[in-house]
Design a protein around this ligand. Structure first.
Ligand code: NDP
Length: 281
């Protein structure tokens, strides 16, 4: 049987470590605050925002919540971001994506002060990651590195294949695995013979956004499989991009959905926030 990589337990461990760090920062007179902005009332976004606020409360940091109506203009949103950039009591700013179609998402990301960019989406944060400098790192891929390290899985020298090249998962994932000395290949919808490439992977990270697409024909026996996908199946149950029941028996370690990558994203957001205290001092 494969090792089941337990994202719930690992994220709980990280949150407990952060809670202690926050307590010592408080003793040193440093308090932390995350500003969370949601435009519109998309139900999935409301759940994510609620979970982020709860997680802040758990580790002892404050959160400010801005629930703006769907018809908020880009100027109004950018003006709020500018106000929050200027506030010394706000360490991190998060705009829940996606924003409504009339707002330019890139303009909003660029407007956030890179020193408060706890999502790690600002071009300056991405550029810093690319050239190996300090900066905030996109939370989902950062969480995957923690899952691997804390599960005792060596990355250095391994063949790492990523399916998907999005700005928030695939590309930063490639840079992080490279930083950890993996040999990295990124695949996408135009990749020829995907199966042949993914079968080379010692570590396969799947972020395609297609429910259960990855079956065992894409996976080398003994590989580590990380499933980033989140979907609801026909019975309203959560599933990933990997067909877990088909793939699990042949791999050495695998993340379940739910309970794998998902819980790590918020844990890494909190880690970025706590690190921002050091950045701002
Ligand atoms: P995107 O839709 O932005 O990117 C999907 C990528 O998969 C693209 O690069 C696309 O290629 C590639 N792709 C699509 N079809 C194929 C195919 N048949 N063969 C090879 N590659 C293909 O998705 P995201 O990266 O944003 O998210 C991926 C999944 O992860 C989603 O299910 C999402 O819900 C989930 N997710 C989960 C998070 C978590 O916290 N657990 C956080 C973020 C995302 P191309 O570029 O050529 O179009």
């Amino acid at each position: 049987m494969p090792q089941i990589i337990d994202g719930k337990a690992i994220s709980a461990q990280i949150k407990d470590e952060l809670k202690e760090k926050v307590a010592s920062l408080k003793e040193a007179g440093v308090s932390l605050c995350l500003a969370v902005i949601q435009v519109g009332n998309d139900p999935a976004s409301s759940v994510y925002v609620g979970n982020k606020k709860k997680a802040c409360a758990y580790i002892g940091v404050d959160s400010l919540s801005y629930e703006l109506p769907e018809e908020t203009t880009q100027e109004e949103l950018l003006s709020l971001v500018a106000d929050l950039n200027g506030r010394a009591d706000v360490n991190g700013i998060l705009v829940q994506l996606p924003v409504p179609a009339h707002i330019d998402e890139d303009a909003v990301i660029r407007a956030i002060d890179p020193m408060k960019d706890v999502d790690g989406f600002h071009p300056q944060s991405v550029g810093a990651l690319c050239i190996g400098q300090k900066g905030f790192i996109s939370c989902t891929p950062a969480g995957i590195i923690q899952l691997l390290k804390r599960s005792g899985i060596e990355i250095a020298g391994k063949e790492c294949v990523i399916i998907g090249r999005s700005n928030i998962v695939g590309k930063p994932m490639a840079l992080l695995l490279l930083r950890e000395n993996g040999t990295v290949t990124v695949t996408h919808s135009k990749t020829k013979d995907l199966e042949e490439v993914t079968k080379r992977a010692d570590i396969l990270v799947v972020a395609i956004g297609k429910p259960k697409m990855i079956t065992r024909k894409y996976v080398k026996e003994g590989a580590v499989v990380i499933d980033v996908g989140i979907h609801r199946n026909e019975n309203n149950k959560l599933c990933g991009d990997v067909d877990y029941d088909d793939v699990a028996p042949i791999c050495s370690a695998i993340t379940p959905v739910p309970g794998g990558v998902g819980p790590m994203t918020i844990a890494m957001l909190l880690q970025n926030l706590v690190e921002s205290a050091a950045v701002m001092r």
